[in-house]
Every structure is written in structure tokens, then in C-alpha cells.
Write a protein of this length. Structure first.
Length: 146
């Protein structure tokens, strides 16, 4: 049986981010004809763990690969960058897709092999693969009965 790390306050952070995004999107949609303002936004992210690695996937459609920065310091992973508004000279009637700078930071929680971290960006999805070091890999422990 595997032990699963659970952070009781982790869901509160996600809830706060979603409420903030809801307010920002609602306020951005109320204007008519005003120029779209760049603002900070947070991409949606999935993080999962396998026996040998931690994988982080971030939705970054419309972001150029050269506008993405990834930094791993200790057990903190930070993904940041910028999505620019296409053709700012256009007379937009509505701008709903977020643009401007973005940043997400995560505590990985297990030791990783920093020299072998890999990142790939395909079809608007950034995938960062963080290999675990030997001591971080889960092991099965047999229970002796009797």
C-alpha cells in the first residue's frame, strides 16, 4: 500500500486562484471598446507522480516557446513567461484569452535529479519531467503476518 501525501490547505490555494481568476475575467468582460490591458495570469497545471519521476504539465496555448522560463531551486519549481496579445493594433470587440505575464511556483516535496530535468513544449502544453533521486523512489514493504 502506498502512502499518499495530502495537504489539507492545498485545495484552499486552488480555490483562491479560481475565485481570483473568476473576478479578473468578469471585470475584464464588462468593458466595451476599451483597449485590452495586459495582466498577470496563472496557467492551469496538472502534476502527477510515477515510480521514477514527477511530471508537471502546464496549459500555455499561444505562448511562444522562447517566452517560457523554468527555474528549479532546491525543491521549488517555477514556471514563468509572457503571452502577448496578437495584433494590438486591431480594434478588438472582446478579449477573453488572458495575456500578459504569468508565473506558477510549486514545492516538489521529493529530491530530484536536477541535472536530468527535461522540458518539452508541444501543442500549447509545457511538460516538465523531474527524475527522482534513488532515495525518493517508493518501495514496497511486505507485511509479515504471524
Amino acid at each position: 500500500m502506498d502512502l499518499i501525501r495530502w495537504d489539507p490547505f492545498g485545495d484552499l490555494g486552488t480555490l483562491r486562484e479560481r475565485v481570483n481568476r473568476l473576478f479578473e475575467e468578469t471585470l475584464a468582460r464588462t468593458g466595451r471598446g476599451e483597449p485590452a490591458q495586459a495582466r498577470t495570469w496563472a496557467p492551469l497545471v496538472d502534476i502527477y507522480e510515477t515510480d521514477g519521476e514527477i511530471v508537471v504539465r502546464a496549459d500555455l496555448p499561444g505562448v511562444s516557446g522562447d517566452q517560457i522560463d523554468i527555474e528549479l531551486t532546491g525543491d521549488a519549481l517555477t514556471i514563468k513567461g509572457e503571452r502577448r496579445l496578437d495584433g494590438e493594433e486591431k480594434n478588438y470587440m472582446r478579449v477573453e484569452r488572458p495575456h500578459g505575464t504569468f508565473q506558477r511556483s510549486f514545492t516538489i516535496g521529493v529530491p530530484v535529479d536536477q541535472a536530468n530535468v527535461k522540458a518539452a513544449y508541444r501543442d500549447g502544453v509545457l511538460e516538465v519531467t523531474l527524475p527522482k533521486t534513488g532515495e525518493a523512489r517508493p518501495t514496497q514493504v511486505k507485511v509479515e503476518v504471524g
